[in-house]
Design a protein around this ligand. Structure first.
Ligand SMILES: *Cc1c(COP(=O)(O)O)cnc(C)c1O
Length: 400
């Protein structure tokens, strides 16, 4: 229902007032939705993460969320600038620490400017709503993150989904489009599969069809590329005009950015409602992000340890006959297919003190339930061995 401000109407006398049509009470509406989800065994439960379990579920790939230098930078930022920004960026909340973080991000990624958002979800809503309208056609990989799908819906643009990493399908859709503006959108690293977009090929297709390319590299920033610049490291605004990244994953803090040329960033600053109408992120977070960014840039050893862990896990999992996917990133799904089986394996690991993601529809397509295992630079060889032992126990449990 739409809310509008209207003049207060004259009161209607009781004698002419129509009865309200039959409605469903709100509690019944909620109970119905719950029954349906629970019936499908898809009601999710949160657990308090008390740090006791061995974590193979999170996205802190470089261990920076626990790096004392990053926490200390947060404390320094709070002491210097206060606990909160106090206002939105366009009013009086844009602080020197936000400006410094944006400038460092832009320089690092080889872009004219970067713009800070409070979360990646908000960045994608804001960028798409600012760029696209009814005259725009959006072309999205089928497996793009939910925030890109929601941003597309919010923009009012026509959205088409192409088969996962299938450029022929994308070209077919582009060739049929008569839209005034076209934007191709892809995750950099796909968050539930761990595979990586072929950004070079996408940039080619985009150029051939006078489209822009938007890459959301939430899981690639800090992890991929020689300098941690992500899956499109070394490519500039001419190839990837719209680059989104998040700070809550490999950077270990929170927030997100969009990087691009000055005209694009200025446009988003003016028109992205999720940028304009929200309080700037707390300066402590920006300060922590700046410290994390410096570590990502200056200390490649964390990436090296992470890559060694990925290689160890894959080698051993393969030897054990576990259903590995074709991923070389820290996201290593085990494709189990069946939802109940996925829950059983996750529960068995949980009893062994190991946390992994049990990912089921609607997060992934039907029949593609999986354990989402993520590796971190902080995992030791012993940690990985414990995980593999736990997985061997799962294999035995479900054997006929
Ligand atoms: C996690 C994620 C987001 C959302 O970022 P948040 O900062 O957690 O809101 C956006 N896009 C992708 C691909 C992601 O994996």
């Amino acid at each position: 229902m739409r809310w509008r401000w209207m003049p207060v109407p004259e009161p209607i006398p009781d004698s002419v007032r129509k009865p309200t049509p039959a409605t469903t009470p709100w509690p019944e509406r909620l109970a119905g939705a719950r029954r349906e989800r629970e019936g499908a065994r898809r009601w999710r439960r949160r657990r308090v993460n008390d740090g006791a379990a061995l974590d193979f579920a999170g996205n802190d790939y470089l261990g920076l969320a626990l790096d004392p230098r990053v926490s200390e930078a947060a404390a320094v930022g709070a002491r210097r600038f206060g606990a909160g920004a106090g206002a939105s960026h366009l009013v009086s909340g844009h602080l020197a620490i936000h400006e410094a973080l944006e400038n460092t991000l832009a320089e690092w990624l080889g872009r004219e400017r970067a713009l800070l958002f409070s979360t990646g979800y908000m960045a994608n809503l804001g960028v798409l709503q600012a760029l696209a309208d009814g005259g725009t056609a959006l072309f999205q990989d089928r497996l793009n993150h939910a925030s890109l799908i929601d941003g597309a819906a919010l923009s009012g643009a026509r959205s088409r989904r192409f088969h996962h990493r299938d450029n022929d399908d994308l070209e077919r859709l582009l060739a049929r489009s008569h839209a005034a503006h076209r934007l191709i959108i892809s995750d950099g690293v796909f968050s539930m599969d761990g595979d990586v977009a072929d950004v070079n090929a996408l940039a080619h297709v985009a150029r051939r069809h006078q489209a822009w390319l938007m890459i959301d590299d939430a899981h690639g920033i800090g992890v991929l590329g020689e300098h941690g610049g992500g899956c499109s490291e070394g490519m500039g605004s001419d190839e990837v005009p719209v680059l989104v990244g998040t700070l809550g994953k490999a950077l270990g803090t929170g927030g997100a950015f969009v990087a691009g040329d000055a005209a694009l960033i200025e446009h988003i600053t003016q028109f992205a409602r999720s940028y304009v109408y929200t309080t700037a992120q707390p300066p402590a977070v920006a300060s922590a992000s700046l410290a994390a960014l410096n570590i990502v840039r200056d200390e490649p050893e964390h990436r090296a340890r992470l890559n060694a862990n990925i290689a160890t896990f894959r080698r051993e999992a393969q030897r054990l006959g576990l259903p590995l996917a074709k991923s070389t990133t820290p996201i290593q799904p085990l494709m189990l297919g069946d939802e109940a089986r996925t829950l059983r394996w996750a529960a068995s690991l949980e009893r062994a003190g190991i946390a992994v993601g049990a990912i089921r529809p609607p997060t992934v397509p039907l029949g593609q339930a999986r354990l989402r295992i993520t590796l971190s630079a902080l995992h030791t060889p012993d940690d990985i061995e414990r995980l593999l032992d736990g997985l061997v126990a799962c294999q035995r449990e479900v054997a006929p």
